[in-house]
Ligand binder design. Structure first.
Ligand code: TMP
Length: 215
């Protein structure tokens, strides 16, 4: 079976996923491939409302890890069926800024919810639609924090969103969770070092994509 033309970009906070996904989309489009970019949570009107609840809304503060898990999955279930499935069916490339691995890593490794339960509900949400390739942009959590502080406006940790405000040991577990995923699923999940310049990382991303999809 041909590899699904579905690529997800993953990683901790402020590793440069949005920038890199834009670069990758530009490269694919230049080669004549129809490409859409989406994100999680979000990517549909319902998903964007859920995103707001998860990141910024006052009523989301102090939500239980179980409710958080199910909100991420509700957003994903909607995105898969309304955006990803139809695009892939038409031969369009789909690039997603985060997908199911974020749940495995943030809610599984980060929040330490039972792994089997996270896998079960994650599988239900994606309905068999898995990325052909997942690239994890890898950066030391300390360096990520520095970048995050720079991009937060107005500046200061007090303005981090609900997820960004987690303590450093949470992000250490997230990083380790991604490294473990790349070890257990080496065919699909590849680590791309993201400490260098935007150009250097973009080239490394392209090298993986071009290699895996023979472009
Ligand atoms: P981002 O789009 O700026 O990366 O923000 C999304 C946040 O939500 C980020 O902190 C990662 C987190 N997240 C989860 O915890 N679980 C998930 O399943 C997804 C998709 C994101």
């Amino acid at each position: 079976m041909a590899l699904s033309r579905f690529i997800s970009l993953e990683g901790g906070e402020a590793v440069g996923k949005s920038t890199q996904i834009t670069r990758l989309a530009e490269r694919l489009t230049k080669l004549g491939h129809k490409t859409i970019v989406t994100r999680e949570p979000g990517g549909t009107p319902l998903g964007e409302s859920i995103r707001h609840l998860l990141k910024h809304a006052p009523e989301g503060r102090g939500m239980t890890p179980e409710a958080e898990l199910l909100l991420f999955l509700a957003s994903r279930a909607e995105l898969v069926r309304k955006v990803i499935m139809p695009a892939l069916d038409q031969g369009t490339w789909v690039l997603s800024d985060r997908f199911l691995d974020s749940t495995t890593v943030y809610q599984g490794a980060g929040r330490q919810l039972p792994v089997e339960m996270v896998q079960l509900v994650n599988a239900f949400a994606v309905g068999g639609y898995l990325p052909g390739l997942t690239l994890v942009l890898d950066l030391e959590p300390k360096e990520a924090r520095r970048r995050q502080l720079k991009r937060t406006k107005p500046a200061g940790e007090g303005n981090f969103d609900r997820m960004e405000a987690e303590p450093t040991d949470f992000f250490d577990r997230v990083r380790q969770g991604y490294l473990d995923l790349a070890k257990t699923q080496p065919q699909r999940v590849k680590i791309v070092p993201a400490a260098g310049s935007i150009e250097k990382t973009a080239d490394a991303v392209w090298k993986e994509v071009a290699g895996v999809f023979s472009l």
